[in-house]
Design a protein around this ligand. Structure first.
Ligand code: C2E
Ligand code: MG
Ligand code: MG
Ligand code: MG
Length: 274
């Protein structure tokens, strides 16, 4: 590893980068035990469907707090897990929790969807589909209650894309849905949209942030909503923080909204299953 390779290199790092590097190494090291001991958690954020004016979905978001490292945000954790290969373990953990949660609703006689963030790296494994199927089986979760959210972080190679499409299509035929998350923030969103079996798009929070102050953003979102209707896509806005944003998005014809205005992510215990 980097530390043992050369004290000289480390010594030349500034105190600040040394701290960052150390934290990364600690997160990497502690992730194994956290997975083993089940100390990772999942929070759920509601999503409001405009047409029915009700919460129709909860998004599962990973949470990790360590005694020494404090809160480790998903934005820190996920890239490290993608690098050290634990992303599949992390993904399976979140999927198990979230599907168990959805099953509770189902057994209570309420139809509630759950949305699980997934790294496209997980789908590159040919066993991806089968692992998901066995989690659905174990938890008793109906496949049509689950959607997986992908962020377009990078473009897929042609052969990777083919394997992902094949597995996704099989999952879709069982009822699973796919959402393109953080839409508009990456480089490959239109390519993903064109090739992957996606049925919803979630506009990135940066667009919602500037919606009220920037007329171009308004036109862009309005146009994207119209385009989505033509494409038969369900549209979601994330990061909605106030009533003005909410009303404007509704006027524009958005299908669903999510954000602190609707509800913050909370542990499952704090959600009443009706
Ligand atoms: P995301 O999927 O786009 O999730 C939305 C993020 O925005 C969440 O941050 C959520 O807590 C935050 N958020 C929601 N509403 C508001 C709001 O009104 N205002 C503001 N300022 N923030 C809001 P979080 O939980 O830190 O997650 C960050 C990202 O990490 C997620 O973005 C997702 O891409 C990724 N992530 C989270 N959990 C998982 C997971 O289990 N697996 C994978 N692969 N990625 C995950
Ligand atoms: Mg998401
Ligand atoms: Mg998002
Ligand atoms: Mg995001």
């Amino acid at each position: 590893d980097v530390i043992s390779q050369g004290g000289g290199r480390i010594a030349s790092l500034s105190a600040e980068s040394h701290k960052i590097l150390n934290r990364r190494l600690e997160i990497d090291r502690k992730m194994y035990t956290a997975l083993d001991r089940n100390t990772l958690q999942v929070a759920y954020q509601p999503q409001l469907d405009i047409k029915s004016n009700s919460i129709n979905c909860y998004e599962a978001l990973i949470r990790w707090e360590d005694e020494e490292l404090g809160v480790i945000s998903p934005d820190e954790l996920i890239p490290i897990a993608e690098e050290n290969g634990l992303i599949e373990e992390v993904g399976a953990f979140v999927a198990e929790e979230a599907m168990t949660f959805a099953t509770k609703w189902h057994r209570a006689g309420t139809e509630m969807n759950i949305s699980i963030n997934s790294s496209i790296r997980e789908s590159l494994n040919p066993q991806w589909k089968n692992r998901l199927l066995s989690i659905l089986n174990e938890t008793g979760c109906p496949a049509n209650k689950v959607s997986l959210e992908f962020t377009e972080k990078f473009a897929l190679k042609a052969e990777e894309e083919q394997s992902v499409i094949t597995q996704m299509s099989e999952l879709q035929s069982l009822g699973l849905q796919f959402t393109l998350d953080d839409f508009g923030s990456g480089y490959a969103s239109l390519r993903y949209l064109q090739h992957l079996p996606i049925t919803s798009i979630k506009f990135d929070r940066v667009f919602i942030d500037t919606l009220l102050s920037n007329s171009k953003t308004q036109q862009l979102i309005e146009g994207m909503i119209q385009f989505s209707k033509t494409m038969n896509l369900y549209t979601i806005a994330e990061g909605v923080r106030n009533e003005q944003q909410f009303e404007l998005l509704k006027e524009m014809g958005i299908d669903a909204v999510q954000g602190h205005f609707i509800g913050k992510p909370v542990p499952a215990e704090q959600i009443e299953i009706k």
